[in-house]
Design a protein around this ligand. Structure first.
Ligand code: GUN
Ligand code: FE
Length: 424
């Protein structure tokens, strides 16, 4: 299909965290993969473009998953009675060690990539495992899927069970360079440096990754202040640091002008850490399902939004069991209400416009002009058939979006476009 066309339907997208724009029976014009705008009546100059008639269907920007672990999809929903550090040892590290076997990796990643392709996600930042070969295999499958992703070979050279641990910093960095050398031919799939978290990376490895970041300009993704035992452990491991985020920052891995960075969770980030994240322009990946499943807590997302931080949503498969970011949106609201009611009434619960913004524009900005239908944005779009929820009473476009946030299932997804390319 040409990447210039017109979508007709009930359009809804975010203008900013508080404001939705809804255009019933409108026209979304795509010219060479980018939005040329949303119109109530189709301008004459676009009348020759092919039109796709989705009248009566809801059309929204594609959703952006800022944090998920592709290899963990195989054991999602298992071990949810544990907290982070025990869950990693008992489930994650043994499962990820299996990806040394490329046959296993291929079979597992086929399932993950196909389910992600069928989901509302159009773009994602993914952790793979520590293996260069299996990470490249995942990237090949993602490239084929039409999704746009950043994928990281994980670095981990201490404090995890031996089959998963890399021998030392030198071996981890050499495997990272071997992986990067194989990433050159992808168009939609790009690398991202991925120190697992401070407890699993020696200072020598973090210093080497910092150098590699400055050499390549690659973005960085990691975990930050997720769990109380983890935070106490970081204090022991890094007595020289002023805090968890500072431990990354000392190595140039927390972000900055030439280092876009995503930090997942930030459940227990206090005012000082939040200010540092803001100063470095970090994208916080809020992962409400994971934070509930492995009992990490509820992140103070309202404080992040008030502080002007960049915030997106993450499924955090397999801390989170569900790929759909509509599920993450609903849960972000639900847990924010519990936090407000039980813990801190000064941070008001999140709203539908806010979580929808986080799942589209908030996370999308990590990929550039992504997450909106405003002119110039790359055209990622979902066509949702919400007829099974309708009537007999009429609902407005914004109410229908609200219902989708709580109730959408993959079967409601009629069509999906990524950068102007139709995936189905
Ligand atoms: N911290 C370090 N590794 C992981 C992981 O795989 N999942 C989550 N949720 N937190 C982590
Ligand atoms: Fe994670």
């Amino acid at each position: 299909m040409s990447s210039s066309f017109v979508l007709r339907g009930d359009l809804c997208y975010s203008l900013d965290p508080q404001t939705l724009c809804a255009v019933p029976d409108g026209y979304l014009v795509c010219v060479e993969g980018r939005s040329a705008g949303v119109f109530a009546a189709l301008p004459e100059r676009y009348s020759a473009l092919p039109q796709l008639d989705f009248r009566g269907k809801l059309i929204v920007p594609g959703l952006v998953d800022l944090h998920a672990h592709a290899p963990q999809y195989t054991y999602r929903a298992l071990g949810m009675d544990l907290e982070l550090l025990e869950w990693l040892e008992r489930h994650t590290f043994p499962a990820e060690a299996r990806y040394a076997d490329l046959d296993f990796a291929g079979a597992a990643y086929d399932r993950f990539v196909e389910d992600l392709r069928r989901s509302p996600t159009t773009r994602a930042c993914l952790f793979a495992t520590s293996h260069a070969g299996a990470t490249l295999l995942l990237m090949e499958k993602l490239e084929e899927s039409g999704l746009v992703t950043r994928v990281g070979k994980v670095n981990m050279d201490r404090n995890c069970s031996s089959a998963a641990r890399e021998a030392d910093a030198g071996a981890s960095l050499a495997e990272t360079r071997r992986w990067l050398a194989g990433c050159g031919s992808f168009r939609r799939t790009a690398p991202i440096l991925t120190p697992r978290f401070i407890p699993s990376c020696t200072d020598e490895l973090l210093a080497g990754l910092g150098e590699l970041q400055r050499e390549t300009g690659l973005p960085v993704q990691s975990h930050l202040s997720e769990n109380l035992d983890e935070i106490a452990w970081v204090k022991e491991l890094c007595p020289w640091s002023a805090g968890y985020a500072d431990a990354y920052d000392r190595f140039g891995l927390l972000g900055g002008a030439n280092c876009p960075a995503i930090m997942a969770h930030c459940v227990h980030s206090g005012p000082e850490e939040t200010a540092l994240l803001q100063a470095r322009g970090v994208w916080v990946a809020h992962c409400p399902e994971s934070n509930a499943n492995i009992a990490s807590g509820v992140a103070p997302v309202r404080a992040f939004l008030d502080g002007g931080l960049r915030v997106g949503l993450g499924s955090d498969i397999a801390g989170g069991a569900q790929l759909s970011l509509f599920r993450a949106m609903a849960l972000a609201i639900q847990v924010s209400k519990l936090r407000w009611r039980l813990l801190d009434s000064s941070l008001a619960p999140l709203t539908i416009p806010e979580v929808f913004w986080m799942g589209t524009l908030g996370g999308g900005s990590f990929f550039g002009a992504v997450g909106s239908f405003a002119p110039g944005y790359e055209l990622d779009a979902l066509v949702l058939d919400d007829a099974r929820l309708s009537g007999p009473q009429p609902h407005g476009v914004e109410e229908r979006l609200e219902q989708m946030v709580y109730l959408a299932e993959d079967r409601d997804l009629l069509a999906k476009f990524v950068a102007g390319r139709r995936l189905f």
